[in-house]
Design a protein around this ligand. Structure first.
Ligand SMILES: [Zn+2]
Ligand SMILES: [Zn+2]
Length: 265
């Protein structure tokens, strides 16, 4: 494997049933169930392993009415990743479903956008509406990591390793970032919550939890340019991801998918 070419794995850890209209500003005419899947992502290179986001644990699942399907650490171990050996974790944003489990990676450095930390600790958190997707303890845990010298801040576009760049998109959360990873099939955009479902980016729709609608929509165009093809943009919460991509190996169907391989037709 070339130094800057990576394998990517989507590790599903939780599930939430909900009505389709709950997933869109202006709703949806279909009265169907449109569940969300919850993932963390593993980016494996020749020498290093990066993790994107850390998910939430059983206690948070109960608090928020979500269902853990497999704990994050178990999913990582299923593909040979020992969480305590992970050296770098990129946090897309500080919503509760992306930055919990903070003891799972005791030796990692965390990569975060400047604006996300300012947003999550500043005046916008005076508003209950904007606080909703954040958890005080998650944010405090990240502040503690800053003081422990374990956070690297990024401002806009930044290379975190050869073949891995982060890009501030904003919109859904003020400092939300996506990752672009060099793979055998070209640049793959791990969108995280810049597009929750395929239907958001494909139809120009917007998820209800949003700081800035204009940035969400501009973000779709930015990601299309970064990926060069919609087929290389991976949404952050779509159960279809594990149907479109092959399982990482036999036995991991519906749990861990392999994103650096071409999606199934
Ligand atoms: Zn979010
Ligand atoms: Zn999310």
């Amino acid at each position: 494997m070339m130094q800057d070419v990576h394998e990517i794995y989507a590790v599903r850890y939780a599930h939430h049933d909900r009505k389709a209209h709950e997933n869109y500003i202006l709703g949806d005419p279909h009265d169907t169930n449109e569940p969300l899947a919850y993932f963390v992502w593993v980016i494996k290179g020749a020498a290093t392993t990066y993790v994107l986001d850390t998910g939430f644990d059983q206690a948070m699942a109960e608090k928020r009415g979500r269902r853990i399907v497999r704990p994050v650490a178990e999913g990582l171990r299923a593909i040979g990743v020992k969480p305590d050996t992970v050296t770098d974790v990129v946090i897309s944003h500080l919503h509760y479903d992306h930055c919990g489990n903070y003891d799972t990676f005791p030796n990692a450095r965390f990569h975060l956008q400047d604006i996300e930390m300012a947003y999550a600790t500043g005046r916008c958190m005076c508003h209950a509406h904007l606080r909703l997707p954040f958890e005080e303890e998650d944010v405090v845990a990240m502040v503690r990591k800053v003081f422990a010298g374990r956070v690297t801040f990024h401002d806009g576009v930044s290379q975190v390793a050869p073949g891995i760049t982060v890009h501030k998109i904003g919109g859904h959360s003020k400092g939300l970032q996506c990752i672009v990873v060099k793979t055998k099939r070209g640049p793959v955009v791990l969108a995280s919550d810049t597009t929750h479902l395929y239907s958001h980016i494909e139809n120009g729709k917007v998820f209800p939890i949003t700081y800035n609608v204009g940035e969400v929509l501009d973000g779709y165009e930015t990601m299309k340019k970064l990926a060069g093809s919609l087929s290389r943009i991976v949404p952050g919460h779509d159960p279809l991801v594990l149907e479109r991509y092959p399982a990482a190996r036999s036995g991991l169907e519906g749990w861990v998918g392999r994103l650096d391989l071409e999606p199934k037709a």
